[in-house]
Design a protein around this ligand. Sequence first.
Ligand SMILES: [Cu+2]
Length: 120
Amino acid sequence: MTLRTFVAALAATFALSIAGAAADTTTTPLAIDLTASNWKFTPGTIVAHPGQTVVLHAKSVEGAHALISDDLGIKPVMMLPGRTVDVTFVAPAKPGKYYMHCHLPCGPGHDKMIVEVDVQ
Ligand SMILES: [Cu+2]
């Protein structure tokens, strides 16, 4: 190997490692503690990158609720006090706003129980 090819190989390796590191920042799974109460989800907005895996540690701190999202392919998951359930989904490849909401008629504020997933 000549010095020239060695330097070229070193430069290529370095460029690849930079590309790999950049990709990691968007594909690192995002863990969120999501709580339900009467009548809201906290946090109300989640920001994720396209294709990023999101793990919700979901629990209720008040009353019985359920989480569902047709947008994100999440089947109904019960959220009950004293119990944490992990819900995993992959953020869509297309940037935009997607929604999760409460699936269990839980009282007068039920319709306000929405989580916005902002994919950017
Ligand atoms: Cu509800």
